[in-house]
Write a protein that binds this ligand. Structure first.
Ligand code: UDP
Ligand code: MN
Length: 647
């Protein structure tokens, strides 16, 4: 053994050496191949020549992934631009800045998507039999239906609309003559999106690029709030890399509307932030009037008139001026249009109006003011009331809000919200934060009208310590000041109204109702199953008014023999006779002037009242005035859902 061993030791060592050398060479070859391949991925684009890094003119603009757990974002502190960059897995996208090459057309990208297999060539009418045509029509309808379900609007129709559509002029002629300062501040347009459709997102971006003058547009920041749809990944990165001045930021965590905007603001370099929804279209000249107003007063937060894009037809509808943003006691937001006002004051046509709140669709705000006033509340869950929180805070802490009529941007009004939220009480939880942080003792009024929020609040407390500290450190005013100075039109329900709650009809087992979709101007009262949510809440106050709904702006009134809702009179003559009286003993609600009683009546005739009756047979009823009797149809209870002391 030993002999054999000694005799073969020399050649064996040599063999090992050569084998090792060969292995090393192989490893080096593979490594260099891998490296080259990576580089190919990074810079090679279909249709564009490969370019080495050093030949890119100017600083390369990176698509960045931002670790949004960065604690500095919590309070929206100004960050140095692009602090903690990570490269996207395969998306190191150099900018095409300075080149004139047009972005590739959407179609070529869409071909990559699996759902686009249906987008085959459409045969001409001549080629198709009737059956085939019908089948195709059916397919189109299906696609349309699916796209509505997926996005809350018809994406199929949206795809037919140009990405560069020009909106019809809707501005007042005087707006065209208005002069703005030559030295307006620069704007960063921040567009957050979560699973937005391709066409609406890109139309928003192009619409900004097509309408905002270059010298005022610092940048467009597209902030991806952790979208899942495939078309918003590589394809979007590619597309955006061809657009000058547009940058894509990807969050590594789902932030929600407010958090996402705060992230965008931390990366923005323009003097004024313009937060814009990812499904908007701008009118010509929309940006300058906004910048002008902010430049004059850096604590002024402004919004254009928000026109409306129809979710089905994508038709553009101009909103009537004057309009302002308001909210009710359920903390729901509305745009309130009051065209009659302009007839009284023609000068109004081009003059901005102050607004108690602004919607979220488009808001322009000075970047430093935004940061110092506390950005968006980081404690808010994904979606809802962040615009009301910002509004109350801006006003209470030294700023103001207004709508600027010479600026118009259209926002897509969706059929429904397309998101699946992990927390179904998310909206209530956000509202609770607003109520507890900003509304002082007035929050009782909110909790009386949002029963769900009331019950959630009873079992848990919001973590608002940080926001309360912010409020204190900024020296913000209280909600009483806000109500009396900024929004005196909001009726403040009496702390102890004579009676309040759902108006329950003993005879029908249901409640007085006025479906919220019927408008702010009022209409006929009906009866419907009691909701128990606060949506049928009304107050009988000490002045004998029955005030209805979350605004408290509509009152029980009569039209013929019907009980209807009309806008409550602004001023009642002092010592005027109360209109309504409730007789506790009999449960009768009496119209004082006629001395008639309110009765629950079915459209077709009288509701049969009797011992076995329940609420299901009282769907489309109405309230009528009748001679007073003691039958159950005229018996009512004010069912209090929440104790008057509230939360
Ligand atoms: N959004 C977001 N993250 C979310 C929910 C919404 O970034 O978790 C974006 C959304 O894509 C849109 C904006 O925030 O651009 C406002 O949301 P949305 O349009 O749904 O609100 P709405 O206009 O319906 O009130
Ligand atoms: Mn929107």
């Amino acid at each position: 053994m030993r002999l054999w061993g000694r005799a073969t030791a020399g050649p064996r060592r040599m063999l090992c050496f050569w084998l090792m050398l060969l292995g090393l060479a192989l490893v080096m070859l593979t490594l260099s191949d891998l490296l080259n391949r990576n580089r190919d991925h990074s810079f090679h684009k279909p249709g564009t020549p490969r370019r080495p890094l050093q030949r890119i003119l100017g600083p390369p603009q990176l698509e960045v992934i931002v670790d949004s757990r960065d604690p500095a974002l919590e309070l929206g502190v100004d960050l140095a631009p692009l602090k903690s960059l990570q490269e996207d897995q395969l998306l190191f996208v150099p900018s095409m800045q300075g080149t004139k090459s047009l972005p590739q057309r959407k179609r070529s990208y869409k071909m990559l998507l699996p759902k686009d297999t249906t987008a085959a060539r459409t045969p001409t009418n001549g080629e198709m039999g009737r059956a085939v045509r019908l089948q195709l029509e059916g397919l189109q309808k299906d696609m349309e239906h699916t796209s509505v379900q997926k996005y809350g609007f018809s994406e199929v129709v949206s795809e037919r609309v140009s990405l560069h559509r020009k909106l019809p002029e809707a501005r007042h002629p005087e707006c065209m003559h208005k002069q703005h300062s030559e030295s307006l501040p620069s704007a960063s347009v921040v567009i957050c999106f979560h699973d937005e459709a391709w066409s609406t997102l890109l139309r928003t971006v192009h619409s900004v690029l097509d309408t905002a003058p270059k010298r005022y547009l610092q940048e467009v920041l597209l902030v991806d709030d952790l979208s899942q749809y495939g078309h918003l990944k590589t394809v979007l990165s590619e597309y955006v890399s061809h657009l000058e001045g547009v940058h894509l930021i990807r969050s590594t965590r789902r932030l929600g509307v407010g958090g996402c905007r705060t992230l965008g603001s931390a990366r923005a370099t323009g003097e004024v932030l313009v937060f814009m929804d990812s499904h908007c279209e701008c009118q010509n000249g929309w940006l300058q009037p906004l910048l002008d107003r902010v430049a004059q007063d850096r604590t002024r937060v402004v919004s254009p008139i928000m026109d409306v894009i129809d979710w089905q037809t994508f038709q553009y509808n101009a909103t009537q001026w004057p309009v302002r943003g308001v909210f009710d006691w359920k903390l729901d937001f509305y745009w309130e249009s009051n065209p009659q006002q302009q007839d009284k004051d023609p000068e109004m046509a081009v003059r901005p109006v102050q607004s108690p709140a602004l919607g979220g669709g488009v808001v322009a705000i000075d970047r430093h003011f935004f940061q110092s006033v506390g950005a968006y509340d980081p404690g808010m869950l994904l979606w809802g009331v962040e615009q009301i929180e910002l509004s109350i805070r801006v006003w209470s802490c030294g700023g103001s809000m207004e709508v600027v009529p010479c600026s118009r941007v259209a926002h897509l009004s969706r059929h429904h919200l397309p998101y699946i939220f992990p927390d179904q009480d998310m909206l209530q939880r956000n509202k609770i934060r607003v109520a507890d942080t900003w509304m002082d003792s007035y929050r009782k009024i909110f909790y009386r009208r949002d029963t769900l929020a009331h019950f959630i609040r009873q079992s848990e407390s919001p973590n608002i310590a940080q926001r309360v500290r912010l409020k204190r450190s900024l020296g913000c005013r209280d909600f009483h000041w806000f109500l009396s100075t900024v929004y005196p039109q909001l009726y403040v329900p009496q702390d102890r109204p004579t009676l309040s709650g759902e108006l329950y009809s003993v005879g029908t087992g249901s409640c007085a109702d006025f479906p919220s979709g019927q408008g702010l101007q009022g209409g006929a009262m009906s009866v419907a199953p009691c909701s128990g949510t606060g949506s049928q809440h009304c107050d009988l106050n000490s002045e004998g008014e029955v005030r209805w709904g979350p605004m408290g702006a509509l009152c029980f009134d009569i039209k013929g023999e019907r009980v209807v809702l009309s806008p409550c009179p602004a001023h009642r003559p002092p010592n005027s006779r109360p209109q309504w009286k409730f007789i506790k003993l009999s449960g009768q609600l009496v119209h004082q002037h006629s001395q008639l009683c309110v009765e629950a009546v079915k459209e077709e005739g009288l509701v049969q009242s009797g011992p076995g009756e329940n609420s299901t047979n009282s769907g489309a009823g109405g309230l009528f005035l009748r001679q007073c009797t003691h039958q159950p149809r005229q018996q009512w209870h004010f069912e209090q859902l929440v104790a008057p002391k509230g939360a």
